[in-house]
Ligand binder design. Structure first.
Ligand code: SOE
Length: 382
């Protein structure tokens, strides 16, 4: 049967533009049962030379230098937003009004208010949507979800997560500009809270349910940096590090830490869940493995076991090589495209939708407010 085309219009040609495009290019080869196939119809970025080079390298049919022109085209079905965070809301709202499906890079928005406007626009337009919290779709993380849902852990007591990096320790790293826009509060909205803890919060809510209240501390270690746009030394408005603890609705306690000042760590995302009967932990640096401890095992063999999540009956792995052979970071994006295409067939939403990702925005906003006010914040107030 001939497949239906989903004509993609990608906005933004940075690191995420590449990960998403790789997902579109690989998905039909590895998920042959899908009835829809992505077509790389158009890519958009402000500078003609840059966008032409990207289109040539990755195989986009056409280019645009104005995202409004991309959205106005009637040969685009879905808009993929890979821009800095300050453009997410404007593009998403315009794309929704134009009736396009939307795939938006995380975090959904800079602020909760922007996120709310995006959700309202999506709901009014009734268009398919998803937010790229890609780590959910690594097989070991999806397996963790299956294990939690099976009840094997029993009552959950603790959820712990870290996301540690070290790339901004040098005071000469500028704010603003390609890649380093993440240090510019106007472009990013926040620092590690929106960029890194948002991943941890998304996974935590997915695995362990809602967060009810938070108490946080943030720090900005380097107070001034040169801004690439002006060349002038400017105050830094983002959080360089953030630590918070919280309660979950299920009664468990959460502990989260993120920083870009943990020398030696490049992208150390880890989580651990401790339940009444069993515990699990996962580490992005060893992403195919899930560690599991079950107190109900016979005592003489009881201990942490390492599950190499590469077998055909484990999440997504029947689509790849043969049991025992690993996959990588980029596959999480292929899986998200596959799940999005599947959602078009089933009519089920592709999680996290904008509405679900707004939950993460509520927690992020409460975390930042809590740190500023040095007090607990209840998520219900957000
Ligand atoms: C920041 O360095 C970053 O690229 C985040 O923006 C991504 O979301 C994360 O997955 C890896 O780190």
């Amino acid at each position: 049967m001939a497949k239906k085309d989903l004509r993609i219009g990608l906005v933004g040609v940075g690191f995420m533009g590449r990960t998403h495009t790789n997902g579109y290019k690989r998905v039909s080869d590895f998920f042959p049962d899908l009835q829809t196939r992505p077509v790389l119809k158009a890519v958009c970025s402000r500078t003609a030379a840059t966008v032409n080079a990207f289109a040539e390298q990755w195989g986009y049919e056409t280019v645009e230098t104005d995202w409004k022109a991309l959205i106005a085209r009637n040969d685009i079905d879905a808009v993929d937003i890979c821009t800095p965070n300050n453009m997410h809301a404007e593009i998403a709202i315009a794309a929704a009004e134009a009736g396009k499906m939307i795939l938006c890079e995380k975090p959904l928005s800079r602020t909760l208010e922007e996120g709310r406007q995006m959700v309202a626009a999506i709901e009014k337009a009734g268009v398919n949507n998803t937010v790229w919290y890609n780590y959910r779709r690594l097989p070991a993380v999806t397996l963790a979800k299956q294990i939690v849902d099976s009840g094997k852990l029993g009552r959950i007591f603790h959820y712990r997560a870290n996301f540690l990096q070290d790339w901004t320790i040098n005071a000469n790293v500028p704010q603003g500009g390609q890649g380093t826009w993440r240090l510019d509060v106007d472009a990013a909205g926040s620092g590690v809270t929106g960029d890194l803890l948002a991943h941890c919060i998304d996974t935590a809510i997915w695995l362990n349910g809602s967060i009810t209240d938070v108490s946080a501390v943030t720090e900005t270690f380097i107070k001034e940096r040169v801004h690439q746009a002006t060349g002038a030394m400017q105050k830094v408005g983002i959080d360089d590090a953030c630590i918070f603890h919280c309660h979950f609705d299920n009664g468990s306690l959460g502990l989260f830490e993120s920083t870009r000042y943990a020398r030696g760590h490049k992208a150390l995302y880890t989580f651990e869940i401790n339940g009444e009967h069993a515990s699990m932990r996962w580490d992005l640096h060893d992403l195919n493995k899930l560690e599991y401890f079950d107190h109900r095992d016979e005592s003489i063999v009881r201990g942490w076991r390492t599950i190499h999540v590469t077998d055909g009956d484990q999440p997504y792995m029947d689509k790849w090589w043969v049991p025992g052979l690993s996959i990588g970071y980029e596959h999480s994006f292929v899986h998200q495209v596959a799940d999005f295409l599947k959602s078009l067939e089933t009519g089920e939403p592709c999680s996290p939708t904008f509405k679900e990702a707004l939950e993460t925005q509520r927690v992020c906003e409460a975390v930042l407010d809590s740190a500023a006010a040095r007090s607990w914040k209840n998520i219900n107030a957000y």
